[in-house]
Design a protein around this ligand. Structure first.
Ligand SMILES: C[S@@+](CC[C@H](N)C(=O)[O-])C[C@H]1O[C@@H](n2cnc3c(N)ncnc32)[C@H](O)[C@@H]1O
Length: 374
């Protein structure tokens, strides 16, 4: 089977590594996606365990379409009752990059009609449509090429099910997992998010270091509603991925100046049953490290959703604090404030372009050598 795993811009290489670890073959990196091939179990593993995947698609038909009628015809040519039962609800997700078509909503209608008409002609009844439908069908059109795929997860995979409460500017779970993997954190050294908000980065680090599957808390995926669902295979996949602690867990510290945000983080971790994270209320500028080396990984306010009185001064204070007090440590900062991040005043050792939602960001590494390297 072919799989196309979608991700965020900049995370393709870490996603490809995850897919390789899960047994994917013929891995090919694309723009915001990685293609691979494998058996049905691989599909279940990709959904359950890929931390940097947003969606796992499996193409079922490709073709050429010049107009809506041809799109209807190609959708109608698929035997939908072999894919799912009439009592399931479904939803069409259209992604269209084509001058041949103007109205995506109308295209989705056409696709839906093709499926509904086919069921009605055959059974005299039709399946219902629902935005949260059990079956999610992805229709991707580029110029005159169409790929019709089943979305195996359904709801996007950044919805892990562990985060019930969020702060005002939470980072996407997939991005958080990607940042940790891009940083090269060894899963052993202390990891501190000194501005952790609702704690997503530290939670994703806890999942990674404890080998907890990213979808451990989710119980419903689209693939379970397909006719070809294999419950025994799914049980085996879950059993194989059962969290197993290997060695000591690393020290994880989430701190924030805002008690309310920190309480959200604590509540999320407690509800998920994740123990051993140090949650501390405090101002970063008064925080001193408790060990000789470690990693700081954080997204400070960008002055967009969370405002700052003086962003340039705030980032330059971050730099001063790092230089003065964190020698031997590595810091990774993600920010869309490209001017302010330059004012950290340390020489970046790595700079990775990423997006946080619509915001063009840089994920920047600073290494604080003893004696400071300006
Ligand atoms: C962009 S948010 C972080 C969001 C977080 N990554 C999440 O997923 O929820 C920035 C956080 O920095 C915190 N903050 C701002 N100034 C701070 C300071 N001086 N010390 C510690 N935390 C601070 C804010 O309270 C806010 O929670």
């Amino acid at each position: 089977m072919q799989y196309l795993i979608k991700t965020l811009f900049g995370l393709e290489s870490v996603l490809a590594q995850e897919i390789a670890m899960l047994g994917g073959e013929q891995i090919e990196i694309q723009n915001r996606a990685v293609a691979t091939v494998g058996d049905k179990a691989l599909g279940y593993r990709l959904v359950y365990q890929c931390r940097t995947a947003l969606a796992v698609l499996t193409p079922i038909k490709t073709g050429v379409v010049q107009n809506e009628q041809q799109l209807y015809a190609i959708m109608h040519s698929i035997s939908w009752d072999e894919v799912f039962m009439i009592d399931q609800t479904f939803f069409i997700d259209i992604v269209c990059y084509s001058d041949l078509f103007r109205n995506s909503h109308f295209l989705a209608q056409k696709c839906k009609d093709a499926i509904v008409d086919q069921f009605r002609d055959k059974y005299g009844r039709r399946p219902s449509i629902s935005k949260d439908g059990a079956i999610k069908i992805n229709v991707f059109i580029k110029a005159d090429q169409v790929i019709i795929s089943l979305d195996l997860a359904g709801a996007p995979l950044f919805k892990r099910g562990y985060r019930l409460e969020t702060g005002p500017a939470p980072i996407n779970e997939v991005l958080a997992a990607g940042l940790i993997q891009l940083s090269g954190w060894d899963r052993k050294m202390p990891l501190v998010d000194p501005m952790c908000g609702s704690g997503t980065i530290i939670m994703e680090a806890a999942l990674l270091s404890r080998n907890i599957p990213s979808q451990y808390w989710r119980s419903d995926f689209s693939f379970m509603h397909l006719n070809n669902f294999d419950p025994g295979l799914w049980q085996n996949v879950k059993e194989d991925a059962r969290p197993r602690l290997s060695g000591a867990v690393p020290q994880l510290i989430g701190r924030d100046i805002n008690r309310h945000f920190l309480n959200l983080a604590k509540t999320n971790a407690a509800k998920a049953g994740i123990e051993g994270i140090q949650w501390e209320k405090g101002d970063f500028f008064n925080y001193l490290p408790q060990s000789k080396m470690g990693m700081l990984l954080f997204n400070p306010p960008y002055d967009t959703r969370l405002s700052l009185n003086d962003a340039i001064q705030f980032y330059s204070r971050i730099g001063d604090h790092l230089k003065t007090n964190f020698s031997g440590w590595v810091a990774w900062i993600i920010s869309s404030h490209l001017q302010a991040i330059k004012r950290v005043g340390l020489k970046p050792t790595k700079k990775i372009p990423l997006y946080n939602g619509p915001l063009d960001c840089r994920f920047v590494q600073f290494e604080m050598y003893s004696g400071s390297k300006k």
